[in-house]
Design a protein around this ligand. Structure first.
Ligand SMILES: [Zn+2]
Length: 330
């Protein structure tokens, strides 16, 4: 689970809607493509970002058959007018659903929805459900609002009712402006963003109110587990600041949500497993981006984990999180 894909060609949404720095692709002669945010260069992507057959070949090298794919967070476009973001989301979701229809043994899709507007988001959730998509990917914040804001609750409630899973991906990183050097938004901001999302959903009582909501946090929960002792201590020593919306200890929620295994470090993964149990840790790759685990689980195979733990991480946890039937992939 946790890999990113785009359609090879994106419409010029800025021209279609008449405003905004919507992402578009400029394909180059060397086969790569530049992602452009308006007129600003964002990043270069390679054909394995859109070529579904090439992706299957590259995954095969690591004995991995199935990819759970979702869009690249910069495509979320939560800043756009809700109806336009819905249009864009539908375009991306149609591409994902079609991919799964064509290659059902190799691909599972997570959709995207306009989180800035609950009505539009729920409309698309219902459509995704009807298309057989098992879940969605959302950002760690929505236009800088935290996920416990009451305006997002109907969306989470609809996900629980429709039995759709949620993957939370860091993006729009806090402190971006003040730490441009050394790739700090990705190395420092992203783990903090994921912990921000986890703490918001816990302290805001969202996970308490929706016990059947199946949430998975990217990058092994970011900095959440590394600072869990501090988070719990803060809850205990200053309940007047921390426990205002949910009286329960944050540790109660550990093992109830899922995380991926992208730690690049067997010892760090063991620490996560000690908290979460192997049934709540999924094999993530973040493929095809360089910060991901591009040898897909090799550090786990090389590590000192028992066979059941490895099997849980490599397939059982993701199957349970997305409520998928293992037989479907034989
Ligand atoms: Zn990712």
């Amino acid at each position: 689970m946790h890999s990113h894909i785009l359609p090879k060609n994106l419409p010029r949404f800025a021209d279609k809607f008449g405003y905004g720095d919507f992402i578009h692709l400029q394909h180059r002669e060397d086969g790569a493509a530049d992602m452009m945010k308006g007129d600003t260069f964002f990043r270069t992507i390679q054909p394995n970002c859109w070529d579904e057959d090439l992706r299957i070949e590259e995954y095969k090298q690591f004995d991995t058959q199935v990819q759970v794919v979702c869009t690249i967070p910069v495509m979320f476009s939560y800043w756009a007018k809700p109806q336009d973001c819905l249009d864009l989301s539908m375009f991306l979701n149609d591409h994902l659903a079609q991919l799964v229809e064509e290659k059902p043994k190799e691909y599972v899709a997570l959709g995207t929805v306009p989180m800035q507007d609950a009505d539009c988001a729920i409309k698309e959730l219902q459509r995704l459900k009807a298309m057989g998509v098992p879940g969605i990917q959302i950002g760690s914040n929505i236009n800088d609002l935290n996920l416990d804001e009451e305006r997002f609750f109907p969306i989470f409630k609809a996900c629980e009712e429709l039995d759709l899973a949620i993957m939370i991906h860091p993006w729009n990183m806090m402190g971006m402006e003040s730490m441009r050097k050394y790739w700090l938004p990705w190395l420092v901001g992203m783990p903090a963003e994921t912990s921000r999302a986890a703490c918001s959903l816990i302290f805001g009582g969202v996970l308490e109110r929706l016990p059947n909501l199946r949430v998975c946090f990217s990058h092994a929960g970011g900095s959440f587990f590394g600072t869990l002792g501090r988070i719990e201590h803060g809850f205990n020593c200053r309940p007047d600041l921390v426990a205002i919306d949910n009286p329960h200890n944050p540790r109660n929620y550990v093992g109830k949500f899922w995380v991926d295994c992208i730690t690049h470090d067997a010892k760090a993964l063991q620490y996560i497993l000690d908290h979460q149990g192997s049934k709540r840790v999924c094999l993530g790759s973040d493929y095809p981006f360089p910060l991901g685990d591009l040898e897909i689980g090799k550090f786990i195979e090389d590590g000192d984990f028992d066979a059941q733990t490895v099997e849980d991480i490599f397939c059982n946890s993701t199957l349970e999180w997305l409520q998928l039937d293992k037989e479907r992939y034989f």
